[in-house]
Design a protein around this ligand. Structure first.
Ligand SMILES: Cc1cc2nc3c(=O)[nH]c(=O)nc-3n(C[C@H](O)[C@H](O)[C@H](O)COP(=O)(O)OP(=O)(O)OC[C@H]3O[C@@H](n4cnc5c(N)ncnc54)[C@H](O)[C@@H]3O)c2cc1C
Length: 592
């Protein structure tokens, strides 16, 4: 195809960050403060990124309210990951945690306070003292609006540092040159429909998760997996995509999240007999066991007929015993959500809840500097020059097969900052931009041409909704071979169907139908990666629970999955079991 790059407007930056959530804005702050020329693209106004919805807290072993240290935090994270997390990256994160939280405090983040002025910390699932002995208070919180406080603090600091925001700009595809180096992105200005090439010496993906490949999700509508889609189309594999976290407490029927902080403050789960069933499944941590464990226990109760309501399809989250004062002070938004979405006042009645898709543990493979790494010539971690990924779209991997609550906000800030520091050290100012390849914009322009040229076909939302339905039905809390195989077939069928969608509205100005059609290409890449990796992994580990393979199989499966879109093929790479300075935590049976 003839080169079309020269027709497009181009702009040059030292660094282009795609995504203005917690990870993107923590990275951009580091770069802008070091004097680099940084552009941050976002589909929505920065403070509307999904990070704003985070409720419960950010984990750090400050030890303000009960004795704590980073080593216990590391143990909990490795065990929580069901031994699939890379222990070097986990040590790095847990050691950095107190430092990055104090830094946020000094940026002005409005944490809740104890009477002695220190940061308030609440217990959270899977976080323990002394290697699992009892729950510890590690979640630093700003009421139940921690993400809101974090994101606004970071946005304001970025405005001060003169970060340049491209608001309502959608990145479409990466630009990779002949050598495989990343030299920028092609993006669409949603207001005008114009396409531009943004050249960069460092391109950083901070595009968040893809929770919208599921029908019932706690995620924002913009979480369509664009980073994963762009990476997959550029030949980069996606790591551990079979591991998706079901949050135990989504409002039944609505999907809106009720933070684990409710249980951290003392809330408990009940079945239809009024029984606190978690005592049976996790005698030590009870309702504060990790999320994979609690979600499966809830599902088991429902399956065995002890669910609540006319359809016996949910359980109850009781918190009235905490008293109106605690609820109004520590959990004000939860009360509002319960009133609006479940029509109950939690000061008086329990909230109906059900496990709901919440978080992807997998993503674009990186090291703990945020550099994207891929297998090449026998090396399983060859750096892709010029490309970085941070936040939920990245797989470092600190969460392995199951993430502990509060460890995501932590991951955003730790790796947002670490990648920023690493990029600053590359002295980008002294380096020239690499030349754009002749076919720089061919892929995104051909995608747009397909959409703009359509004259008949299916509606985008019909295909997108079918993806969500099929993923939900074939790849849920409990999985099994036949169901997964059927699901893979259906998703591959949808992969063909999405090539023939029809968008009626051909206008350019703020055409959201066009944007949704572009997002569909990303939904399908993420869905394929998820269900194909899940079908292949014949064991149960963390959030990936197989009815037909109920045990964890350490002999065969302590390895990361890698999904390649081209040929829909899988590969694997070893887990890094070696921490930076301490001894390996050897796999053990997980009990709580
Ligand atoms: C309801 C809820 C509550 C949560 N509570 C907690 C909690 O208490 N503690 C915790 O640790 N974790 C929590 N999590 C998880 C955590 O909040 C997320 O994992 C995290 O905020 C993701 O941040 P991010 O920076 O990776 O991306 P996001 O905050 O999701 O931001 C993604 C950014 O990428 C942009 N973007 C995406 N695609 C494109 C594109 N193609 N072009 C341009 N821009 C693009 C978006 O506009 C946005 O700015 C919660 C999650 C949810 C959904």
């Amino acid at each position: 195809m003839a080169s079309i790059k020269s027709n497009l407007p181009r702009r040059r930056y030292d660094a282009v960050i795609v995504g203005a959530g917690g990870s993107g804005m923590r990275c951009s702050l580091q770069l802008a403060e070091a004097g680099l020329n940084v552009a941050v693209l976002s589909k929505v106004f920065p403070t509307r990124s999904h990070t704003v919805a985070a409720q419960g807290g950010i984990g750090a072993s400050l030890g303000n309210m009960s004795e704590d240290n980073w080593y216990w935090h590391m143990f909990d994270t490795v065990k929580g990951s069901d031994y699939l997390g890379d222990q070097d990256a986990i040590e790095f994160m847990c050691r950095q945690a107190p430092h990055v939280v104090y830094e946020l405090e000094h940026f002005g983040m409005p944490f809740d306070r104890n009477s002695d002025g220190t940061i308030y910390q609440r217990p959270f699932g899977g976080h323990t003292a002394n290697f699992g002995e009892k729950p510890v208070q590690r979640a630093c919180a700003a009421a139940d609006r921690t993400g809101h406080a974090l994101l606004h603090t970071l946005y304001q600091r970025n405005v001060r540092a003169r970060t340049q925001f491209f608001v309502e700009w959608m990145a479409l595809d990466l630009v990779r040159d002949q050598a495989g180096d990343v030299v920028g992105v092609v993006a669409l200005e949603m207001e005008t429909g114009e396409v531009m090439i943004l050249e960069a010496k460092a391109t950083i993906f901070a595009t968040g998760g893809a929770g919208r490949i599921w029908a019932a999700s706690t995620n924002a509508f913009i979480n369509t997996g664009d980073g994963m889609g762009m990476a997959a189309r550029a030949g980069i594999p996606l790591e551990d995509m079979e591991f998706w976290q079901f949050h135990p407490t989504g409002v039944a029927g609505a999907g809106v999240l009720i933070t684990e902080g409710v249980r951290g403050e003392g809330g408990i789960l009940l079945n239809d007999k009024g029984e606190r069933f978690m005592e049976r499944y996790a005698p030590t941590l009870k309702d504060l066991a990790p999320r994979d464990f609690v979600s499966r226990s809830m599902d088991q109760e429902i399956k065995e007929g002890r669910g609540c309501g006319p359809n016996k399809d949910h359980v109850l989250l009781k918190l009235d015993h905490l008293g109106a004062d605690t609820i109004l002070k520590r959990l004000p938004s939860i009360r509002e959500i319960a009133l609006k979405f479940a029509n109950v006042d939690p000061i008086k009645e329990p909230i109906p809840v059900v496990p709901t898709i919440h978080y992807q543990m997998g993503g674009i493979p990186t090291n703990y500097y945020g550099q994207v790494v891929v297998p090449k010539n026998g090396n399983h971690a060859e750096v892709v020059n010029g490309l970085y990924a941070i936040g939920e779209c990245a797989c470092v991997s600190v969460h392995g097969a199951n993430r502990l609550g509060t460890n995501s906000l932590l991951d955003l800030v730790v790796f947002g900052r670490a990648s920023g520091d690493f990029i600053v050290k590359q002295n980008l100012k002294d380096k020239a931009h690499k030349d754009l390849p002749a076919d720089a914009a061919d892929l995104p322009l051909s995608r747009l041409a397909r959409i703009d040229g359509s004259s008949s076909g299916e509606r985008v939302q019909d295909v997108a909704n079918q993806i969500r339905k099929d993923m939900q039905a074939h790849c849920g809390v409990f999985r099994k071979q036949e169901l997964l195989e059927e699901g893979v077939k259906k998703i591959l069928e949808l992969d063909k169907r999405r090539m023939h969608v029809h968008v009626k509205d051909k206008s350019k100005v703020f055409n959201t139908a066009r944007v949704e059609a572009l997002e569909l290409d990303n939904l399908i890449e993420t869905a394929k990666a998820t269900i194909i990796s899940a079908e292949a992994r014949q064991e149960s580990r963390g959030a990936h629970a197989r009815d037909d393979y109920p045990e964890r199989d350490d002999a065969n499966w302590i390895k990361h999955s890698l999904f390649y879109s081209e040929g829909n093929r899988l590969d694997y790479k070893p887990v890094n079991m070696k921490p930076l300075t301490v001894e390996t935590f050897q796999p053990k049976k997980r009990t709580f």
